[in-house]
Write a protein that binds this ligand. Structure first.
Ligand SMILES: [Zn+2]
Length: 317
């Protein structure tokens, strides 16, 4: 489905919402709260990324969970499920609106339902360390991830973006769960802390290899996101050497801006320009066929990335 040409993933949803004046940090639901309080703002951000050249829009469900909506917004279960469904309908509406404006339809546009890690819903920064992994079992993680995955699949996403996963064991638990939805495709991307390890400290090459061995039919790409861009080339090389050659699965790569996220303070230290565009071609050579940006990468950055990997005029359906 994604083989053949590069696809461009959108950038940081929360960063774009903040640019539009919304307060995101400091609330346990992060940008998922805006789904309930101002859905039009989420749709507008999706539209902005489409206009910048993104082919794949990731839903605002990264930090969303059914219990999270119940606990922090006081919703019923039905209402919580409806908000989850809204994350998909907003992305679809943005695509329909974009396609109605631009009739050339040179691109096929997709909605990827975001499945963030368990830690992303703990609001304690543990998504970036995987510290919770010593307290939870794979079975518990499967149970925890199931309601959101079901809601996103039932809402008609084109695929799932299992993203910012800090630990191999959580990735494998989610891939086991994925097999309960056999018609659904997904990519899986780890968050990494250096040029060799996931944020939890697993060997990245080994983690990618283990994912390749699990749920192969449904997995369309394995890679990394929300990782400092300076580590990406080494990580991709590491994954390459751990796999039989040639690898049948492409890589997915959407790093962050390279700034550090500090618990209680948020992101800090953004430079004026994202200085890694010249690396992007290298990532393609190393197998990346889904490329874009994560936290703190703005529509302008996505426009730059799209211009390098897949200029719109050259992107066919
Ligand atoms: Zn990110």
């Amino acid at each position: 489905m994604l083989l053949g040409r590069p696809w461009v993933v959108d950038g940081g949803l929360a960063s774009a919402l903040q640019d539009d004046g919304f307060s995101v940090d400091g609330h346990p639901l992060w940008s998922a709260r805006i789904l309930a309080t101002n859905p039009g703002a989420v749709r507008k951000v999706h539209t902005t990324f489409l206009e910048a050249g993104a082919d794949i829009i990731i839903t605002a469900s990264y930090q969303a969970s059914i219990p999270g909506f119940q606990d922090h917004l006081g919703t019923t279960q039905d209402e919580a499920e409806r908000i989850m469904n809204t994350s998909v309908s907003l992305a679809k509406e943005a695509i329909q609106e974009y396609e109605s404006k631009f009739t050339d339809k040179v691109r096929k546009l997709l909605v990827a339902g975001s499945i963030g890690p368990y830690g992303a819903c703990q609001a304690d920064g543990s998504e970036y360390t995987g510290a919770y992994m010593c307290k939870v079992t794979p079975e518990y993680l499967k149970e925890w991830h199931r309601p959101r995955m079901a809601a996103l699949v039932n809402s008609g996403v084109d695929l799932l973006a299992v993203e910012t996963i800090p630990a191999q064991a959580e990735a494998l638990a989610i891939l086991d769960l994925l097999q309960e939805f056999p018609d659904t495709k997904a990519w899986l991307s780890f968050s990494c802390k250096d040029s060799q390890h996931t944020n939890y400290g697993d060997d990245f090459g080994e983690a990618v290899k283990k994912c390749h061995e699990r749920a192969v039919d449904q997995l369309i790409a394995v890679g990394l996101n929300c990782t400092p861009p300076q580590y990406v080339t080494s990580l991709l090389e590491k994954a390459d050497t751990s796999l039989p050659s040639p690898s049948i699965l492409p890589r997915v790569v959407y790093p962050n801006s390279g700034e550090e996220w500090v618990a209680g303070k948020g992101w800090a230290g953004r430079s004026a320009h994202w200085p890694f565009l010249n690396e992007v071609k290298k990532w393609q050579v190393l197998g990346a066929s889904v490329i874009g940006g994560c936290c703190r990468l703005r529509p302008n950055d996505i426009r730059d990335i799209a211009s390098v990997v897949a200029p719109i005029s050259k992107r066919d359906i």
